[in-house]
Design a binder for this molecule. Structure first.
Ligand code: ZN
Length: 299
């Protein structure tokens, strides 16, 4: 059975038909009208109409970059979109005339990697998404952890530097301030004594620029520290590293693994998790949203 997956991000809304093996057909997207909450609903409706061309697909999942309530009905708030205590699921169901499953975008991407990507076959996994910020997902024995109030697994906001850099969340020293793409570009700029873009930084890494590598190793070091704490609590089989910065592949994974080995103490000989790159790229949100609508991820 095909399902429609939609990923509402801060800059674009992507949608596609997803087959049962996780393959995406007809991937389409539009810019996110982020200052107009109502226009987002109508943009999603237009995308679904386009995907419905041959037959009406009844199963629809929507991933969104937002804090959702426990029941996956309302958006508490979104860092990028002008929603506040917004009844998103009801509004989408009215606009699309069918049931809609709603999930946080990092959770949806994690669910996709668990079902069809880098963690396929594992019972338990943690995913860290390294993009503009740091997102996360925790899955154990077939269930996504969403917490008591719906906003669990905000892994970018574990503290790795007490009294460290101020974070947008209001705390200090959060992982996101040291290990996001934003932090990487800023730290590389400091080391290189000039501003660099993300694309320029990737080019410098490929050329073997030592200062660019130093910045990336710094990010890997903080991620390894954060992962050591997460492993002590959650004992996952697999840690999946996704998001734009994960395009650096082994250049990022090697320092993460080295830092994890330095920072993870407990009990010597216990089994260690596999730390690996994401497999699904930027369609993970679309795939995960469709899979959650199809099979359910929250018990
Ligand atoms: Zn924070």
């Amino acid at each position: 059975m095909e399902a429609i997956g939609i990923d509402i991000g801060g800059t674009k809304i992507a949608a596609g038909r997803v087959d049962p093996s996780g393959g995406v057909q007809d991937l389409i997207s539009r810019p996110t009208p982020r200052d107009q909450p109502e226009a987002i609903i109508s943009t999603v409706a237009e995308l679904v109409l386009e995907l419905d061309q041959h037959e009406v697909i009844e199963t629809v999942g929507v991933a969104v970059a937002a804090f959702l309530d426990r029941d996956r009905d309302r958006v508490y708030l979104s860092p990028n979109i002008a929603w506040s205590d917004f009844p998103l699921r009801e509004r989408l169901e009215t606009a699309l005339s069918r049931p809609v499953a709603l999930e946080n975008d990092a959770n949806a991407a994690g669910w996709a990697e668990y079902r069809h990507g880098a963690a396929r076959g594992a019972q338990s996994m943690v995913m860290l998404t390294i993009g503009t910020g740091v997102g996360g997902a925790i899955i154990d024995r077939g269930s996504l952890l969403i917490g008591g109030y719906g906003v669990g697994a905000e892994l970018g906001h574990i503290v790795v530097e007490p009294s460290g850099r101020a974070c947008g969340c209001g705390a200090k020293g959060c992982l996101e301030q040291y290990a996001s793409g934003t932090a990487l570009v800023r730290d590389a700029g400091t080391l290189l004594s000039r501003d660099v873009s993300g694309a320029e930084l990737m080019a410098l890494l490929k050329e073997g620029n030592s200062l660019a590598h130093q910045a990336l190793e710094g990010v890997g070091d903080y991620l390894g520290r954060g992962i050591a704490s997460l492993v002590a609590v959650l004992d996952p089989e697999v840690i999946v590293i996704g998001g734009g910065v994960a395009a650096a592949k082994e250049l990022l994974l090697a320092p993460i693994r080295a830092s994890f080995d330095r920072n993870y103490g407990p009990f010597g000989k216990r089994p260690s998790p596999r730390i690996t790159g994401a497999a699904l790229g930027n369609t993970a949100g679309v795939v995960g949203a469709a899979e959650i609508a199809r099979s359910g991820a929250i018990h």
